[in-house]
Write a protein that binds this ligand. Sequence first.
Ligand code: PLP
Length: 262
Amino acid sequence: MAPIAKALTIAGSDSGGGAGIQADLKTFQELGVYGMSALTAITAQNTLGVHGVFPVETAAVTAQLQAIGADLPPDALKTGMLFSHDRIQAVAEAIAYFKWKNVVVDPVMIAKSGAQLLQHQALSSLKSSLLPLAEAVTPNIPEAELLADQTIATMEDRKEACRRIAETSVRYVILKGGHASDDGPVIDLLFDGFDFYEMEGARIATRHTHGTGCTFSAAITAGLANGLDMQSAALQAKAFIQAAIQNGLNIGTGQGPTNHFA
Ligand code: PLP
């Protein structure tokens, strides 16, 4: 058997299969990497929204990470829903202990349906404990506003937010443009601490966008696990998510998921 790159997702479960761990593992599989997971929370969820959030004990988060670290070191990893200060600390400790590289933080805060996936008081832990260990952070515009503590209206505001977020010493900030209020193309910004690269794609009119953020950050993680540099991994992920939204699945009676089939 040929060797295969391994990628880890540390995130919440979406029982509906469209976001969270399920979206991440499907994306890893489609992009040719071996997927592993450490669960931080279980959500009772379908296309209509989040009906319950059940955090996994912090000790169980640590135990999953120790088991993986002792035997299956990941080539890259992503974090998604982390829910609380304690779980963020447990994840940061494992990343530092095992010296895991290629860490992508998707700063999941609020689901599109409005459910709180990160407690308010945990935002500062995310910034101070996790981002300094990360290679990239992938906020959408509302998340970037909270991380940078500013409002974002213009492209210059977006760039300023990237600069502020980079002060946490995360290496790359990838600010997604999908939440911009204009009707123009979606411009994602990649900031490497010095320069900005714009990744542009057509805006697709659809309501079946559940799990886009999870899928995008998982695709970047898969690219890094496969040895791509950050810019190439981000461009590959942009193409993957563009197709996933274009072919969004009209299943369930609410907001359907993006399509993870490559
Ligand atoms: N549920 C879980 C467990 C998640 O990790 C995420 C990720 O952001 C979401 C829901 C959010 O999904 P949505 O794309 O609908 O905001």
